[in-house]
Design a protein around this ligand. Structure first.
Ligand code: 5RP
Length: 286
């Protein structure tokens, strides 16, 4: 594997523990102004320093993320359909490799829709994207199983979708957790990261993260269960405790509750440092 490719993957999946905490904020690319992500900068800023990487579109990257803050970017490069359109699976590649390089993307992300009307188009696009991105040492994250047919989330379907993504050369696969998830992980030769899915109670989301990792996922790419929480910073820190701190669900939830009670940081030096890189939002101590 080329040095650049390895180095970029190492920025996403930390070699110290082989784990990844990615924050997903790309939802607007087909959902528009998703609840609590209406103003992306407001949602993203307080969370930035707690994630390893950030998954988003180029529009949100350019308008809502400070380029001086060194968070690796996983750039969504597929799109073309909306939640009110005829078929969500009808996606194409929407960003050129040149623009991805200009944006200093650490990885490119695109969706494949296995079993859908546009299955072939999205799988072929994945193969082409991997060929193009590898020329520049950029890894590709394939997102599987998102869409209206989300009821199909069993291990058989997810194993099929993840394996197809890996066979096309995806370097990391993102999918959903399910019963017998070990089987999905076992038959996928590249690392798997799980999406959080719809907002559920915080403790349940922590349990989802814990079970996914216990079953072999290298980490999470969580969105709604973090920024739709009433306490996004305590929530991402609790998820982090599971991903990088080997916390169990009880310990992580206790941490979440403790952080929720914590008052915003008073220390003026810390405040000043945060102010230099982020807009004014409630902050918590680290
Ligand atoms: C949509 C995506 C999202 O990034 C993904 O669904 C993760 O976010 P959430 O945890 O909210 O499900 O790839 O296609």
């Amino acid at each position: 594997m080329d040095w650049g490719l390895q180095n970029r993957i190492a920025q996403i999946i930390k070699p110290t523990d082989n784990r990844a905490l990615m924050l997903a904020v790309d939802h607007g690319y087909f959902l528009g102004p998703t609840e609590k992500l209406e103003v992306p900068r407001k949602a993203i800023s307080p969370l930035l320093k707690h994630c390893d990487s950030l998954m988003l579109t180029r529009g949100v990257q350019r308008t809502s993320v400070n380029p001086k803050f060194p968070t690796p970017i996983v750039l969504r490069v597929s799109g073309g359909s909306s939640i009110i359109g005829a078929d969500l699976s009808n996606e194409e590649i929407t960003v050129s490799i040149k623009d991805a390089i200009r944006l200093n993307a650490c990885a490119l992300a695109m969706s494949i829709f296995v079993g859908s009307k546009y299955e072939k188009q999205t799988i072929v696009n994945l193969g082409k994207l991997v060929s193009e991105a590898e020329e520049f040492g950029i890894p590709v994250l394939a997102v599987t199983a998102v869409g209206k047919e989300i009821g199909q989330k069993d291990a058989r379907y997810l194993s099929l979708a993840c394996r197809i993504a890996a066979e096309q050369g995806a370097h990391i696969v993102k999918t959903y957790y399910c019963k017998n998830f070990e089987k999905v992980v076992e038959s996928c030769p590249v690392p798997i990261i799980i999406a959080g899915g719809k907002k559920i109670p915080e403790r349940d989301a922590l349990e989802l993260a814990y079970n996914s990792i216990k079953s072999g996922a290298v980490g999470v790419d969580m969105g709604r269960n973090i920024w739709q929480s009433d306490n996004p910073v305590p929530m991402i820190r609790a998820v982090r405790a599971i991903v990088h701190g080997n916390s169990n669900v009880n310990d992580a939830f206790t941490l979440y509750q403790k952080l929720c009670k914590e008052k915003p940081v008073k220390n003026s030096l810390v405040k000043q440092k945060i102010k230099n890189i982020q807009p004014k939002t409630k902050q918590y101590s680290t």
